[in-house]
Design a binder for this molecule. Structure first.
Ligand SMILES: [Zn+2]
Length: 471
């Protein structure tokens, strides 16, 4: 009797284990409620086979151990439905794609990477990226909230809305491409000449059940080739606009993460994608930020909520924060000052974040130091960053950002924690610790002395820096 049970159990185990070849994505789903306030994000791994099967990986450590866009050979075991994956705990029905599709999650037993992104070459040249932008036009619905000319194209490159003045007083218009160009100091641009915009006729009705993102992207790619002769997998990024009612999907934006990190990966095509279902000004830049490898800009205990960060919310124009720029290799090293955590007092000058200081000026874009004891979102350790924001460039309208009556965002020094990541491709998100005015030295949001959110000694540094600030 006992022997029979054991044999049966062994047979069951063998049957449940399989080896598949697939292309991996670490997916971030940005959920929104009815008023499009960001409320939560869900992360999971998806390995997609050539036959169109999705294997979902819910284990946090495993999902971050593979690189988005890599081709893998995985030996996997299906999870018990009772324990598999991460169930959404949303109040308002927002559910992850795989939950809506009723798909299984898997535990990875063995893995082999067959093709992976090459390392980025050392030389610092402008990374001009191609992008294919597709509006999915169904027989019964389309993304009519964002018309091709006035919203999709102008929102990417050609807005007529002037936000304010930027580098050398030149007017800044708010577009997805301009947010990225300014934040990267011109080192990463989306290239209008390498951009193709298509209204793709899907030649069927829109999905009504589940959340068939991969299926519909694949279908759109096939139709793009049939209707326009455009090969979707020859672009660095693919961006898809879907109708507001799209199956039962809950996301406002969805993207694979770290598929083209500008700091660590050489150029490769056909790996990055994002899906847009909304019109907020920096939603598209936010999803591209995920493609680059970023996670969210939050105010503890919330994952989102740092209003000055593109990765914190998408409701108004602004740019990427200093810790995110540094993670992506956008700030030349001469303008990043790494302090020893033991330094008790030091005087330095921060230049406003929207433009680089003059070489040789002795000014810095950001000053950072390692903090072993800093905690945020269950992560211990990370770099603390200081940066200075003025209402210029894409921050010109920062006074209109939510929370301005509390913080008075303009002309302040910002203190951010970049959580320890353990991966060069994927960040772990940032938490804004403080917004400091002249002589400021506390964590206003936490209503505690700054010493309680950053290490002892830092308060004095903050005071000295405040006094030496020049602009
Ligand atoms: Zn997001």
């Amino acid at each position: 009797m006992i022997a029979t049970v054991l044999i049966a159990a062994a047979a069951h185990l063998a049957a449940a284990t399989e080896t598949v070849k697939c292309v991996y994505d670490l997916v971030n789903e940005d959920f929104a409620d009815g008023t499009f306030d960001k409320i939560e994000a869900v992360n999971y791994g998806v390995c997609r086979t050539r036959q169109g099967r999705s294997l979902h990986i819910g284990d946090w450590k495993t999902m971050r151990s593979f690189r988005s866009g890599d081709e893998l050979t995985l030996t996997v075991r299906k999870d018990d439905s009772a324990t598999g994956g991460r169930s959404s705990n949303m109040q308002n029905e927002a559910k992850a794609m795989y939950e809506l599709n009723g798909e299984d999650t898997y535990t990875v037993l063995e893995s082999l990477t067959s093709t992976s992104a090459k390392a980025r070459p050392e030389s610092r040249t402008t990374d001009a990226r191609s992008v294919l932008v597709i509006r999915m036009i169904y027989d019964d619905s389309s993304p009519d909230y964002c018309p091709m000319e006035s919203c999709v194209k102008d929102g990417m490159y050609d807005s007529s809305t002037t936000l304010g003045s930027g580098y050398l007083g030149t007017p800044v218009t708010g577009t997805t491409a301009s947010v990225i160009s300014e934040s990267s100091y011109g080192s990463l641009t989306f290239d209008k000449g390498q951009t193709t915009f298509l209204d793709v006729r899907m030649e069927k009705t829109s999905p009504t059940s589940g959340c068939p993102t991969y299926e519909e992207m694949w279908h759109a790619d096939v139709k793009a080739e049939q209707q326009f002769g455009v090969e979707a997998n020859t672009f660095r990024h693919r961006e898809y606009f879907v109708p507001l009612v799209f199956g039962r999907c809950s996301f406002s934006g969805l993207a694979n993460v770290g598929c083209q990190n500008p700091a660590t990966q050489a150029a490769r095509v056909g790996r990055c994608w994002s899906i847009i279902r909304g019109t907020h000004p920096t939603l598209r830049a936010h999803e591209f930020g995920h493609n680059f490898g970023l996670f969210h800009g939050g105010l503890d205990p919330d994952d989102y909520g740092d209003q000055i960060s593109v990765m914190g919310n998408d409701r108004a124009f602004r740019a990427y924060t200093a810790p995110d720029r540094d993670f992506l290799g956008w700030i030349p090293s001469e303008f990043v000052r790494l302090m020893s955590p033991q330094t008790v007092s030091y005087r330095f000058t921060l230049h406003a974040l929207h433009e680089l200081p003059q070489p040789g000026s002795g000014q810095f874009t950001t000053v950072k130091f390692w903090c072993d004891s800093c905690q945020s979102q269950g992560v211990t350790g990370g770099h603390v960053y200081l940066s200075f924001l003025t209402p210029q460039g894409h921050y010109s309208q920062m006074s209109s950002l939510q929370g301005n009556s509390q913080y008075q965002y303009a002309n302040k020094v910002y203190v951010h924690l970049q959580r320890r990541s353990g991966s060069t491709d994927y960040g772990r998100g940032t938490a804004r610790l403080a917004v400091l005015g002249n002589g400021g030295h506390s964590c206003p949001r936490l209503r505690r002395p700054l010493d309680s959110c950053v290490p002892p000694g830092w308060r004095h540094r903050a005071r000295r820096r405040q006094h030496s600030r020049t602009r």
